[in-house]
Design a protein around this ligand. Structure first.
Ligand code: AMP
Length: 299
């Protein structure tokens, strides 16, 4: 596996592969790799001739009081993991390589960036959209892979790629979970053993929404309130938001029609660790993957 720190060297490597007409799959990450990331790497490798990942903790997507400094950085271990799944190359630039002196451009996806995470993390998605644009321009992949775990991020990137005519297919893969339902996340490393137990409350709240739909509840506000009340029973859980929204527009849903699929999304702090999770649920309570939703399947 090749490791690049410089944009120019990565470009030279990719240029020679493109001349051989190799297809390129790309997975942007912030490192501290886990099975969620590896599922994207495996898919990139299965779909494309060459699989490339980036590992870059992007400062511009962190707020001033967020965890940029403390975000886990485990490059040596990450490289070993990447090798085990057959990744061909890793791009791990430093901040100056990505944002040299004088940098002043921003990519903003307007409406989709406002609700949910956008309310609690102002500027976050402009940071994400900008760095992903840069990475897609650097790598010029045929396909780029993202996780449902960060659902809002994925729809923002799909929109951005269409709006800016970026010639890359965006693929969104399902959330990989621990056996007890906790979505894998690099930030789970912040949790104490007790907090780790309590963190399953996010998944259990999503299951509650699923059960409510299964028993015929169609009032989104009632389901939301039920989830909030449940989360309120966990003293170390602080709810940032619980939302039931249209999965394409991310606008709030009031009544869930029989043919509808909704995104149930939440952000909860367990102690000082902020976790997010979501499910795509049909009115009947079936859980869909983003690709099933896009294909119009009903679960
Ligand atoms: P990150 O390193 O957290 O920026 O994540 C890099 C990519 O991995 C993003 O597209 C995430 O949505 C995806 N990802 C993170 N956690 C998971 C997970 N548990 N399952 C699937 N994809 C994930």
């Amino acid at each position: 596996m090749r490791l690049f720190h410089q944009i120019a060297e990565l470009r030279t490597y990719l240029h020679s592969l493109r001349q051989e007409e190799k297809s390129v799959g790309f997975v942007p990450t912030m490192g501290a790799l886990h099975e969620g990331h590896l599922s994207l790497f495996r898919r990139a490798k299965a779909d494309c001739d060459i699989a490339v990942a980036s590992i870059f903790v992007n400062p511009t997507q962190f707020g001033p009081n967020e965890d940029f400094q403390s975000y886990p950085r485990t490059l040596q271990q990450d490289l070993q993991l990447a090798t085990t799944v057959g990744l061909d190359a890793v791009f791990a630039p430093d901040v100056e390589e990505m944002y040299p002196a004088g940098f002043q451009t921003k990519v903003e996806v307007e409406h989709l960036s406002r609700p949910l995470e956008g309310i609690h993390r102002p500027g976050h998605f402009a940071g994400v959209a900008t760095v992903v644009t840069k990475l897609l321009n650097i790598v010029q992949p045929d396909r780029a892979y993202f996780g449902q775990k960060d659902y809002q991020q994925a729809v923002i990137i799909e929109r951005m790629v269409r709006d800016l005519n970026i010639p890359t297919e965006v693929v969104v893969l399902p959330t990989v979970r621990e056996p007890d339902g906790l979505a894998l996340s690099s930030r789970n490393a912040y949790l104490s053993p007790e907090e780790r137990q309590k963190a399953t409350v996010l998944f259990r709240a999503l299951l509650l929404a699923q059960q409510a739909l299964c028993r015929g509840e169609r009032n989104a506000e009632k389901i939301r309130k039920e989830m909030e009340a449940f989360l309120g029973l966990e003293p170390s859980a602080w709810v940032d938001y619980v939302a039931i929204v249209n999965p394409e527009t991310l606008e709030s849903v009031k009544t869930i029609g029989e043919q509808d699929t909704v995104l149930v999304a939440l952000a909860v702090r367990i102690g000082t660790t902020r976790l997010i999770d979501n499910m795509l649920l049909t009115a009947q309570g079936a859980s869909l993957t983003p690709m099933q939703l896009r294909r119009g399947e009903k679960g």
